[in-house]
Design a protein around this ligand. Structure first.
Ligand code: ZN
Length: 199
């Protein structure tokens, strides 16, 4: 479970769980839901490794300035989401809805306490909340098979390398390569644009 705060926004989420047993015994993704063992973690939507978030940023970008109620709101929702996960028969493997539809107690996504969303994203400026669900990312710097395997086999030595070398996680997950490919694609796109203008 985690909660992340911005100045007037917050994100509360449960992380996907991995298990070979779950992969074999739980239903696969449908149009309407993502099973718990395929849900992403907090870092799945990032394409960079965590860096120094206190450096070269204004105070609000360091997440040190927030509207006064936001940590209590996000903290409370984190507890409630965890309680709903614990009440669901499949616990952390509970599937998460990925389409907005009226809540039905009969759906397998529901716990006795109601929905068990993957994440809750809130916007205080509009006093609104949305419930996005997202898949795990195969090159995630936190939950990808490569990272989990490195941690299992090398333990603290792996952690130390990740702490001391900022690009290490991006290198082993293939994000560095992905960045290079994206840059190359942008250059190709630019040169196409240039030649069009010259014609
Ligand atoms: Zn992840």
């Amino acid at each position: 479970m985690n909660a992340a705060l911005g100045f007037d926004t917050y994100l509360v989420m449960r992380h996907g769980l991995k298990s070979d047993d779950a992969v074999n015994s739980t239903p696969d993704c449908s149009d309407k839901s993502i099973p718990g063992h395929k849900l992403g973690c907090y870092f799945c939507n990032d394409v960079t490794a965590p860096g120094n978030s206190q450096k070269d940023r204004t105070l609000d970008q360091q997440c040190t300035v927030t509207r006064p109620g936001i940590s209590s709101i996000a903290g409370g929702l984190t507890v409630e989401l965890m309680v709903s996960v614990l009440q669901h028969p499949m616990r952390g493997y509970a599937p998460a809805n990925c389409v907005e539809e009226p809540f039905s107690e009969a759906s397998e996504e529901a716990s006795p306490l109601g929905l068990v969303p993957h994440s809750i994203r809130g916007f205080l400026a509009q006093f609104q909340q949305v419930l996005p669900a997202s898949h795990m990312f195969s090159r995630c710097i936190a939950c990808s098979d490569k990272v989990l395997c490195e941690y299992e086999t090398r333990g603290f030595e792996f952690l130390l390398q990740a702490f001391n070398t900022p690009d290490y996680l991006e290198d082993i997950t293939g994000l560095t390569q992905l960045h290079k490919e994206t840059e190359a694609a942008e250059i190709w796109e630019l040169s196409d644009g240039d030649s069009c203008e010259m014609e």
